[in-house]
Design a binder for this molecule. Structure first.
Ligand SMILES: *[C@@H]1O[C@H](CO)[C@@H](O)[C@H](O)[C@H]1NC(C)=O
Ligand SMILES: *[C@@H]1O[C@H](CO)[C@@H](O)[C@H](O)[C@H]1NC(C)=O
Ligand SMILES: *[C@@H]1O[C@H](CO)[C@@H](O)[C@H](O)[C@H]1NC(C)=O
Length: 256
């Protein structure tokens, strides 16, 4: 009796979800996302046969070495990286390293930075580094950094407004304090160490590293269409946002 009722409940659930979002996908893509599997009534089968293996897949590491005023960096952040983060952050681990082609020199107990696009770029780098250091949660700080990189104004002039627009007004005084003091020096110095530790060393910015690797092909594919590239690189069950980029053979993940 109990089992009859629960299978009835199961049938009703499937019936309902099928009614709201019908299964209009070919069988080869049924297990490609939980959403599609649910609409096709095959969640259990996918979970047993496909996802159990795939769901342990690690997110794709995407690390960006950049500097705040470089036009190519702004374009990559605002047109590729931030939009991709908004769509597929669950399969992507983004790390931002604002330093780029800068240089540093120790002077007493301070670090002095010089930047390719002048002193305002160094200030922008330090504001962004301090924000990363203080806020920690990339979902909370990336909209703010995207806002600065989108703006035609100098980072130091727009940061406060971006903080207000993106819910960081409470921590903004801490960010300012960091950026204007020894903590900012230290945090930016740690970005310098990460940048100077690159193997191979970076030759330009934006410099894109995916799963610890940089090649011309990775750079080109990431700059052309980052969502497509990350979807392709990710080893686990592809989220529905990836569907449009999958090759017919790559979609056959329900087959035995
Ligand atoms: C994400 O990247 C950071 C910094 O590169 C790394 O320490 C962390 O282990 C990564 N997390 C995952 C889940 O890969
Ligand atoms: C990170 O920030 C986002 C956006 O503000 C928020 O929704 C989320 O709960 C935060 N996550 C953690 C672990 O604090
Ligand atoms: C991402 O980086 C972390 C930390 O270095 C590493 O443990 C993990 O294996 C990397 N993920 C992939 C998919 O390479």
């Amino acid at each position: 009796m109990f089992s009859f009722l629960s299978s009835l409940a199961f049938a009703v659930t499937i019936g309902l979800s099928a009614a709201t979002e019908p299964c209009n996908h070919a069988p080869s893509v049924w297990c490609s996302s939980e959403e599609i599997a649910r609409s096709c009534g095959v969640v259990d089968q996918c979970r047993r046969n496909v996802w159990a293996v795939n769901d342990k897949a690690k997110p794709v590491n995407v690390t960006l070495y950049y500097e705040s005023l470089c036009p190519g960096c702004r374009a990559f952040i605002t047109q590729q990286l931030f939009p991709a983060f908004n769509k597929i952050r669950k399969i992507m681990n983004v790390t931002l390293i604002p330093y780029g082609n800068a240089h540093e020199k120790q002077s007493g107990d301070k670090w002095v930075f010089t930047c390719q696009h002048g002193v305002e770029e160094c200030i922008g780098n330090i504001i962004e580094s301090c924000t990363i250091h203080i806020v920690q949660n990339i979902s909370a700080y990336f909209p703010f950094i995207d806002c600065i990189e989108k703006s035609k104004e100098l980072p130091r002039n727009i940061a406060n407004k971006c903080a207000r627009q993106h819910n960081l007004e409470k921590v903004y005084p801490d960010i300012e304090k960091c950026a204007n003091g020894p903590v900012g020096d230290m945090v930016e110095h740690s970005m310098a160490i990460l940048t100077e530790g690159l193997k191979p060393p970076h030759k330009y910015t934006p410099w894109i590293v995916v799963n610890g690797m940089h090649t011309d092909t990775i750079q080109e594919e990431a700059q052309r269409n980052l969502i497509k590239f990350v979807c392709k690189t990710y080893k686990g069950t592809k989220p529905s946002e990836c569907m449009q980029f999958l090759q017919p053979d790559a979609r056959n993940i329900c087959q035995k």
